[in-house]
Design a protein around this ligand. Structure first.
Ligand SMILES: Cc1cc2nc3c(=O)[nH]c(=O)nc-3n(C[C@H](O)[C@H](O)[C@H](O)COP(=O)(O)O)c2cc1C
Length: 295
């Protein structure tokens, strides 16, 4: 999918057996402008014994190093030192290769409930959305980012090395659910015009999810997205920013936005179920949108 070229290659003998040390570059500009990933490998035949990965976005402007200078230094150092002391470097299994991704399952839905209030209006919306998914014959899982341990993205861009985030927290559960789901529903309140912090953290951390998809390449089929948003105040203007943020999230992960369900004026009633006819209306909107996900 992306162009690759060899920068350096050398045959070296390690433990009495020859192998090849190769440094290659790969164009990842499909992910970000000018992004290049460098892969340094020591291999014997098809067996990779050592891998070192770095990419250009790991080095911010004021860092005196560049990905290429680091990769070339690593190449020269390994070329000199690997034959004499392989155990210093070849200590652990090499980085697993990025595996091809399974296709999205049309019958699987994931709901991301973005409010920290477990018993709030977004949770009520999430319940109606889950009912609509099940009525449409889908399997549905609901995730609560505010209840999970998910750290903010640090912008290290190391996810574009091997398609994984280096932060050890609960994010892989969300990545797995997104990878499987044919339908992603984000239920969120409006917080200061945008989404609550825990949901924003999840959205930013989807860098690694996207990196995995860019690096694996291939087709994973259709994924659809629906936004369900609730605002305390009345009026369409309260949803402008949330629509943009969640729309951008769907585009970023490759999901097609099917539409939005908006509930405004929630603060005047406290419980959105208190407004006559609202529940039936929202459930009908959800049914119609979810029916489009299956097409
Ligand atoms: C920190 C905070 C910021 C909010 N900012 C907005 C806002 O900018 N616009 C708005 O219409 N409502 C705002 N609200 C009101 C919520 O959107 C509203 O109370 C909603 O029903 C909360 O949903 P939940 O019960 O799912 O948490 C805010 C609420 C909180 C707690």
């Amino acid at each position: 999918m992306h162009g690759a070229w060899v920068l350096r290659s050398a045959e070296i003998v390690v433990d009495g057996t020859p192998g090849v040390l190769v440094l290659k570059g790969e164009d990842l500009s499909a992910a970000y402008p000018g992004m290049v990933r460098y892969t340094l490998e020591f291999r014997r035949g098809d067996t990779v014994l050592y891998t070192y990965l770095t990419n250009t976005y790991e080095y911010p402007p004021a860092n005196p190093q560049t990905a290429e200078s680091v990769a070339l230094t690593a190449f020269h150092r390994l070329r000199q030192e690997l034959p004499g002391r392989p155990d210093t470097f070849v200590l652990h299994p090499p980085e697993p290769v990025v595996r091809p991704l399974p296709p999205h399952r049309p019958e699987a839905a994931v709901i991301i409930q973005g409010s920290p209030r477990l018993y709030g209006n977004s949770a009520i919306l999430a319940g109606w959305a889950a009912d609509a998914c099940r009525d449409a014959g889908m399997r549905c899982e609901t995730l609560y980012p505010a209840e999970m341990r998910i750290e903010p993205c640090t912008g290290c861009f190391r996810c574009y090395n091997a398609g994984r985030c280096v932060i050890p927290d609960d994010m892989p559960a969300i990545d797995r659910a997104l990878a499987e789901a044919g339908l992603v529903i984000v239920c969120t309140p409006v917080y200061t015009e945008t989404v609550p912090a825990a949901l924003k953290v999840v959205i930013d951390r989807c860098q690694a999810y996207r990196a995995g998809r860019v690096l694996a390449g291939g087709e994973t089929g259709r994924q659809a997205g629906i936004l369900c948003a609730v605002a305390g105040r009345k009026g369409a203007e309260n949803f402008v920013c949330v629509s943009r943020v969640v729309g951008s999230f769907f585009r970023f992960i490759g999901a097609e936005m099917l539409g939005e369900v908006r509930v405004d004026g929630a603060d005047a009633v406290s419980d959105i179920r208190a407004t006559a006819g609202r529940e039936a209306g929202v459930r009908a909107e959800l049914r119609a949108l979810i029916a489009r996900a299956g097409r």
